[in-house]
Design a protein around this ligand. Structure first.
Ligand code: NAD
Length: 379
C-alpha cells in the first residue's frame, strides 16, 4: 500500500454541517490521513475540536494564511498534499486560489466561488498549477447516478427529449418567517453566500446532475424566483426552464421552503426508447421506464452495472450505499488523480463543472431580475 495522502481541512469544524461527511468519506477507502486543519476561525474552538477527534495539534493553525505559510516551510515529503475547502461559500475562492498558486491539490465544496468571474480566475490558476481540483457535487458519487451516466452514453434512452430535476428542502421555513432569524444565517447573506441562496446552494446540484447524467449542456435558461419577504435579498425558491437544444428541454425545480421536504433531490430523464427515474432519498434504486415493457429496477453492486458504477461499490449487492459512500467515491477518484493513476471519466466533478455551475447561478439571477427572460449560458 502506498503512503496515505496528507490531507488538510479548512472549515468543517464541530459546529458545521458538512465537516463530518468529508472526514468520514476521506477515510472510507483508506487513501487519506488528516494531518492538519483550520476547522474554525476561533483558535480555541479549532484546537478543542482537533483534540476531540484526535488530529495532531502541532499542525492545527490559527488561520488559513498561517497554515499555508507554515506548510510551505516543510519539505515536500511532509507537506500537506491536498486541502479540503469546507468553509462558507465566500471563502472558497480566496482559499482555493492561494492553494493552487502554491501547488496544492484542492477538493472544494460547491458552489465553487461566489461569481463567474472568480470561477474563471480559478480556472486559469488551476491550468497553470496542473494540480488536481475536485468539486464535491456529492450526489454524482452514487453508483446508480454513475450508472445513468454510462447507460445514457451507450444510448439506453435513445434521443433524450425531456429532463425534470427537482431539489426540494423545507429547512429555511424555520428561519425565513422570522425577521431577526432571516438576517442572521450566512446562507441568506449575499456577502457570505454569493448572489443566490436556493439556486446557489441546491439548484446548482440539480443543474450539475442534469449535465452529469445526460452528457448534454444546458444552452439557455429562464427562471422565476420567490423571495417571500421584501427585506430578504436571496431567492429561497426557484423554478428554471432549461433548453439543451430545440428538441431537448426540461425544468429544474428547487426550493428551501417546500414544507416538510428533507433532501428531495430527484431526476427523471425521458428518451425516445426509455426513461430513468432516480431519487437521492432512495439512492439504491434506479427505475427504467418503458412504454412497452414493465418497469425495471437496477441496484448497486450487480455485475450488470457499468465499471464506473461498480468501482463505486465496496460490498456485494444488498448492502445499501449511502451519502458517505457517495462522497467517498469522489475522494477515491481524487486520490487516484493525485497519485497519478488512471481514473474513470466522471469519477469526480471538475473545475469545468464549477465554472458551469457559477454560469448557471448567475444566469438564473439575471433571468429573474430581467423579468423572467431567456438567458444564454456560455459555450
Ligand atoms: N456537497 C454538499 O452536498 C453540501 C452540503 C452542505 C454544505 N455544502 C457546502 O459546504 C460549505 C460549508 O457548509 P456547511 O453547511 O458545513 O456550513 P456551516 O456554517 O455549518 O460550517 C462552516 C464551517 O466553516 C468554519 N469556518 C468559517 N469561517 C472559517 C475560516 N475563516 N477559516 C476556517 N474555518 C472557517 C466554521 O467554523 C464552520 O465550522 C458551503 O459552501 C456549502 O455550500 C455542500
Amino acid at each position: 500500500m502506498p503512503k496515505k495522502i496528507r490531507l488538510g481541512i479548512l472549515g468543517g469544524g464541530g459546529d458545521s454541517l458538512i465537516g463530518v461527511l468529508h472526514r468520514v468519506a476521506s477515510q472510507i477507502n483508506d487513501n487519506y490521513e488528516i494531518v492538519g486543519a483550520v476547522f474554525n476561525p476561533d483558535f480555541k474552538s479549532n484546537m478543542a475540536f482537533a483534540k476531540e477527534i484526535d488530529i495532531p495539534t502541532n499542525r492545527v493553525y490559527p488561520d488559513f494564511d498561517t497554515m499555508v505559510e507554515e506548510e510551505m516551510k516543510l519539505p515536500v515529503s511532509r507537506r500537506i498534499q491536498v486541502f479540503s475547502v469546507l468553509t462558507p461559500n465566500f471563502l472558497h475562492f480566496p482559499m482555493a486560489l492561494k492553494l493552487l498558486e502554491n501547488g496544492f491539490h484542492v477538493i472544494c465544496e460547491k458552489p465553487m466561488t461566489t461569481s463567474l468571474e472568480e470561477a474563471k480566475i480559478l480556472q486559469k490558476a488551476h491550468k497553470k498549477a496542473g494540480t488536481v481540483f475536485a468539486l464535491t457535487h456529492t450526489y454524482t458519487g452514487y453508483p446508480m447516478v454513475r450508472q445513468m451516466r454510462e447507460m445514457i452514453k451507450k444510448g439506453a434512452l435513445g434521443k433524450i427529449h425531456k429532463v425534470d430535476a427537482v431539489y426540494y428542502q423545507g429547512w429555511i421555513n424555520t428561519i425565513i418567517h422570522d425577521k431577526k432569524k432571516r438576517s442572521s444565517v450566512w446562507r441568506l447573506d449575499p456577502k457570505k453566500a454569493g448572489i443566490s441562496s436556493c439556486i446557489g446552494d441546491i439548484g446548482v446540484h440539480a443543474f450539475n446532475m442534469v449535465e452529469y447524467t445526460t452528457g448534454l449542456k444546458v444552452k439557455s435558461i429562464l427562471s422565476d424566483f420567490n423571495y417571500l419577504y421584501k427585506d430578504n435579498k436571496m431567492d429561497i425558491d426557484g423554478t428554471v426552464l432549461i433548453r439543451m437544444s430545440d428538441t431537448v428541454k426540461g425544468v429544474i425545480r428547487s426550493s428551501q421552503v417546500a414544507t416538510g421536504e428533507e433532501n428531495g433531490l430527484a431526476i427523471s430523464i425521458y428518451g425516445e426508447k426509455a426513461a430513468f427515474k432516480w431519487e437521492q432519498e432512495n439512492p439504491n434504486f434506479l427505475y427504467v421506464l418503458s412504454d412497452t415493457k414493465p418497469t425495471q429496477v437496477y441496484k448497486p453492486g450487480h455485475a450488470y452495472n457499468t465499471k464506473l458504477s461498480l468501482d463505486g461499490t465496496k460490498l456485494p449487492p444488498g448492502h445499501p450505499e449511502g451519502i458517505f459512500d457517495s462522497m467517498a467515491n469522489i475522494y477515491l477518484g481524487a486520490a487516484k488523480a493525485i497519485r497519478g493513476r488512471k481514473y474513470n471519466d466522471g469519477e469526480f466533478p471538475t473545475m469545468t463543472d464549477g465554472v458551469r455551475g457559477m454560469n448557471f447561478i448567475e444566469a438564473t439571477v439575471e433571468s429573474h431580475k430581467g423579468g423572467n427572460i431567456w438567458v444564454d449560458l456560455e459555450k
